[in-house]
Design a binder for this molecule. Structure first.
Ligand code: PLP
Length: 410
């Protein structure tokens, strides 16, 4: 990506101009949430100023306009991930709610005591706890795929975990800590050969690569708008229509019914059966502006730029930061670097970096079982997006060298 293009991209994100402790912000917490381009915020403004009316209910013009805007997003998302039908696109509050929906509705209806499901040790808590909550009610067994020393899933163990009782596998497409990109297609193929349903947590994949849910073989695929330059409060659950049709509703309320009486209630068709209550229609309507930004920039260009930043930052860290330990060294890795500076505590590193204007995340990253497997309490995590630059990587590494010498007296 040339400098002019990068500067044009950055100019669309006003937050990148702000300062922290009198230094220009270097934002490297894109895995937690990415920043939002002006056009998305302008779309939200425009909805509040011109088309705010509740969706799906009104006969009046602006209610219909608001409904159209929301439903256009569903069509855009359908095409974006190559779903077969817009009925397969369910709006949720985020990846977390999407996975809870699958666990509660599909799991609640189709899992029973004696069944088995497979997760992996690199899962975000959002793809662990919903299954445990259900397990407490039902009593099925959870098996866990381990990782190797590079932070890749052990596929031999994965294969060996399947039995006659395996009903479902649920795993992340990309690790939010290690950056590892998992071989979803192959894992889905193996699961399907055992008759298991495949749930994929795509929260860290969709912002960084093109995703075709049908090509991957995902039965369910979950992701969040706020991690891909979009508004907060919007998540997507893709589900194969046959599966969604067989599932009971997740929550009850307005919008999700066909007819209600005290003698009995019938439910709306897909996708509305799973969308009880007033959705976040203004943010949903703004989401396509984030997809426009990604489309205009080009997913290949985004991926290539992020790979360049990852390679550059990793090389400088290894050669110039004595004692640094990097967690996650898979060859197929997205632009996330989890690390520790010698024995220094991750919070100390993060707080000192903040004083130098660098925003990185510290802690367990909602992946405590993975931390346990890595033998650490937490890490520092720097993660990159398309608007980051090599100059920012330089500022980050220079700051890291300083912080390392303070904390480890090197
Ligand atoms: N799954 C993964 C891999 C994540 O990285 C995250 C957020 O960091 C989530 C799920 C949860 O996403 P959300 O908080 O948007 O629901």
């Amino acid at each position: 990506m040339d400098n002019a293009q990068l500067q044009y991209i950055r100019s669309q994100f006003p937050i990148l101009d702000r300062t922290v402790y009198n230094r220009q912000l270097v934002y490297l917490d894109n895995t937690a949430t990415s920043q939002t381009p002006r056009r998305v915020v302008e779309s939200i403004d425009a909805s509040y100023f011109h088309t705010k009316a509740n969706v799906h209910r009104g006969v009046f013009s602006i209610s219909q306009e608001a409904t159209d805007l929301m439903e256009q997003t569903r069509l855009r998302v359908r095409d974006y991930i190559n779903a077969a039908s817009e009925q397969e696109i369910i709006f949720t509050r985020g990846t977390t709610e999407a996975i809870n929906l699958v666990a509660s509705s599909w799991g609640g209806a189709f899992l029973k005591d004696g069944d088995e499901i497979i997760l992996t040790v690199m899962e975000h808590h959002a793809n662990i706890v919903p299954w445990q909550l259900l397990q407490n009610r039902i009593g099925f067994k959870i098996k866990v795929v381990p990782i190797n020393e590079r932070g890749e899933l052990d596929l031999d163990v994965y294969r060996s975990l399947f039995t006659e009782q395996t009903r479902l596998v649920s795993f992340t497409h990309v690790s939010n800590v290690l950056g590892t990109v998992n071989p979803v297609k192959e894992m889905a193929r193996i699961a399907h050969s055992h008759g298991a349903v495949v749930v994929v947590d795509g929260a860290q994949a969709v912002p960084h690569m093109s995703v075709d849910v049908r090509d991957l073989g995902a039965d369910f695929y979950a992701f969040s708008s706020h991690k891909m330059y979009g508004p907060t409060g919007v998540g997507i659950l893709y589900g194969r229509k046959e599966l969604l049709e067989a599932m009971p509703p997740y929550q009850g309320g307005g919008e999700m019914i066909a007819h209600v009486s005290f003698e009995g209630t019938t439910f709306a068709d897909l996708p509305f059966k799973f969308e009880a209550g007033t959705p976040d229609f203004i943010d949903i309507a703004a989401f396509p502006r984030a997809l426009d930004f990604i489309g205009e920039t080009g997913m290949d260009a985004i991926a290539a730029h992020e790979q360049d930043l990852l390679d550059y930052a990793t090389a400088r860290m290894i050669s110039e930061v004595p004692g640094v330990r990097i967690f996650g060294t898979a060859p197929h890795k997205s632009a996330v670097i989890s690390f520790l500076l010698g024995e220094a505590h991750h919070y100390d590193t993060g707080m000192l970096l903040d004083k130098l204007g660098i925003a990185v995340r510290t802690g367990h990253h909602c992946a405590q079982p993975l931390m346990q497997a890595l033998g650490v309490e937490g890490t520092v995590r720097a993660s990159f997006a398309v608007y980051n630059t090599r100059e920012e990587v330089d500022k980050f590494i220079d700051a890291l060298i300083k912080v390392n010498s303070m904390l480890n007296r090197i």
